[in-house]
Design a protein around this ligand. Structure first.
Ligand SMILES: Nc1ncnc2c1ncn2[C@@H]1O[C@H](COP(=O)(O)OP(=O)(O)O)[C@@H](O)[C@H]1O
Ligand SMILES: [Mg+2]
Length: 323
């Protein structure tokens, strides 16, 4: 057995997730493999409907019916996450890993104050006298940039940005090794989004936690993530160091995503580089799933499924790189 310290913090191997619908299984995550090292910031990008949230929920073991992990492995700090029972999971959640959802409004309890919810999260793992708990809660609020007086607010009394920050305070309360974030800024306006991103990065540097950060907006993670995974139709199609992916995107889908950056000054642009929309995952296209939309499609693409090919430091699932 390899010593834990030399292993990645998180290892996902050939993970498949299906939604069991009346019309048959819909495979929303298809043979995804990735690793996250200690303290690393992994960005995951892709249009909506590509399976990003399903992947995060599977990793965090938050899936509920009709979704289920049908095969594959998830290893986190030496724990087999797929077969772990709820009791064991309870020990890891919040303390070793935590999750920040897209909408804190849905994740926070509407009838409890922020202070009460923080106390619940911390109290479930650590016994703390009330005075110490109050001090810790105030400290957490300051860390995420909220005036501690808002501890006594209910979620609906806070702005969208403050709610997301409160969620992040809860996620960091027990200083986990991994914080999983699903589009935590996407409900916010551009200014609030930017300031929350900077805060997340600052906290990550300070605390040293690793992050998996999902977004449909590639420009958002360009300055923040160490590595980037691009998802299309339930699969990772390109993964590599963010710098390399941005400097020289390889998969035609990544190239298309890069062209669709919302400009900072102008209105939001549709995906300029890619016509059409992601496929119905109940009936994915044959061969390469991107081939019906791909500007560089050739005969082989509809007939065979591409494997991963290595280009520089990137892995790319595209026949253009099979040389
Ligand atoms: N409740 C559900 N029932 C059936 N299929 C679902 C359900 N939720 C999601 N899916 C399928 O999973 C795919 C991926 O969804 P999701 O993980 O939310 O994508 P993303 O987060 O990238 O927008 C969807 O396109 C859809 O086909
Ligand atoms: Mg999503």
């Amino acid at each position: 057995m390899i010593a834990t310290s030399t292993r990645p913090l998180l290892q996902v191997k050939d993970l498949c997730v299906d939604y069991l619908t009346d019309r048959g299984p819909v495979r929303a995550v298809d043979r995804v493999s990735l690793e996250v090292n200690k303290g690393e910031f992994l960005g995951i990008v892709g249009e909506s409907g590509c399976g990003k949230s399903t992947l995060l929920f599977a990793i965090a073991r938050l899936l509920s019916a009709p979704a289920e992990i049908s095969s594959g492995e998830v290893w986190f700090t030496g724990h087999d996450m797929v077969s772990m029972d709820e009791d064991e999971l309870r020990h890891l959640r919040w303390r070793d890993y935590s999750v920040v959802m897209q909408s804190a409004m849905n994740a926070l309890n509407p009838v409890m104050t922020i202070a009460e919810q923080l106390a619940d999260a911390v109290g479930a793992h650590q016994r703390m006298p009330p005075s110490q708990l109050r001090a810790r809660s105030k400290e957490l609020m300051r860390l995420v940039g909220i005036d501690p007086e808002h501890l006594h607010s209910y979620p609906h009394q806070l702005s969208g940005g403050m709610r997301q920050r409160a969620m992040i305070a809860m996620a960091l309360a027990l200083t986990p090794d991994l914080v999983i974030m699903d589009e935590p800024t996407s409900a916010l306006d551009v200014v609030a989004q930017r300031s929350l991103m900077l805060k997340i990065k600052q906290l990550q540097r300070e605390f040293g936690f690793a992050t998996i950060f999902v977004t449909h907006d590639m420009s958002l993670v360009s300055h923040f993530s160490d590595r980037l995974a691009v998802m299309y139709a339930g699969q990772v199609v390109e993964i590599g160091p963010t710098r390399d992916v941005f400097a020289a995107p390889k998969h035609p889908y990544t190239v298309g995503l890069m062209r669709s950056f919302p400009s900072i000054s102008g209105p939001r642009q549709p995906l300029a580089g890619i016509a059409g929309s992601p496929p119905d995952l109940g009936h994915p296209p044959s061969g390469c799933r991107f081939h019906p939309r791909c500007p560089q499609v050739f005969e082989r693409c509809s007939k065979e499924e591409p494997d991963f090919y290595t280009r520089e430091q990137d892995l790319v699932r595209c026949f253009l790189f099979d040389r």
